[in-house]
Design a protein around this ligand. Sequence first.
Ligand code: AMP
Length: 371
Amino acid sequence: MSRVLVLNSGSSSVKYRLFDGSSTIAKGLVERIGESGGEVADHRAALQGIMDETDLSGLVAVGHRVVHGGPDFTGPTVIDDDVVARVEALVPLAPLHNPAALTGIEVARKLLPDVPQVAVFDTAFHATIPPEGVTWAIDRSLAERWQIRRYGFHGTSHAYVSRRTAHVLGRDPASTNVITLHLGNGASACAVEGGRSVATSMGMSPLPGLVMGTRSGDIDPTVIFHLHRVAGLPLDEIENSLTRHGGLLGLSGDNDLRTVLERRAAGDADATLAFDVYCRRIREYVGAYLAVLGRVDAITFTAGVGENAPAVRAASLAGLEPLDIEVDPERNERREEIISPPGARIPVCVIPTDEELEIAGQSRTALSLPD
Ligand code: AMP
């Protein structure tokens, strides 16, 4: 038995999945932790509940999803006190995300002291992006002092779907170049060259890049100065607006693309513009990453929107036939694994992501355990 428990601890939730090899034998979600009307008072109670309900015999590892690994964590890392201290030191870089993971780690280490624990970082896959792809052209001394650079996120997803894409196409991942489009509630694009990330659209935080459910994606930073100086909004309010009231929600009033699509079908102008801005941004990144990679062997859509919205897949790539990029309408509607026409030079794929499975696999790798 080679069981791995994967924990994804949010500020008020814990998602868990127990794997035996690659099979899921238990999973669940504890929500509204510490909130009135919630099931449990704190993360400790949440994890204790999960452990009481789940048969953890044969557990060889606990894999923790950690959003921000900063500049130093470049792969899955076996957790000890030093690692905990280093993840704590990264909290200023990820104040919204890392504290929850730390709570999950602390509680799991107490409750399962004999089971090795591994941190798997959303940023780590992007450690292979060359310096010119992570450096912004700002004052270097400021950037170095405050660890300002692109880190990128969704790494476990981009790693997993780019590898799966190569397998689906019968190719070796080490010689396959893929543009991966992770379009979920959060969304990011990644250029993967021979299994290594060489460009990605998120930055120091998960805010820039593609248009998301509630995050703005790329904007001119001057928007922030303007809203602060001219409109008089406090910085916290601007951050809240860009992260929680931007994206599809800001443009249309709805953050769920399903609703946006329904309203667009009924002729709603705001929903139509939201959809157009969303798809146009994807196309801009596809174009950029074609240029970064030079040779592209596949373009892959994944996550909630990428896997379930044929209209987004079609509109994002429409008009790119001169670049040998084409979506076959019937294959797209049926959501086949390959949605480009037979024999296309650049296949377009739809590959369901599985971040927890990837975290389980990477946790085993970090401990040199067999799959
Ligand atoms: P994720 O973060 O990967 O779970 O993706 C969640 C998002 O996927 C939701 O906010 C929806 O906007 C989108 N989504 C899920 N199902 C569909 C669907 N059938 N059509 C369009 N969008 C969908």
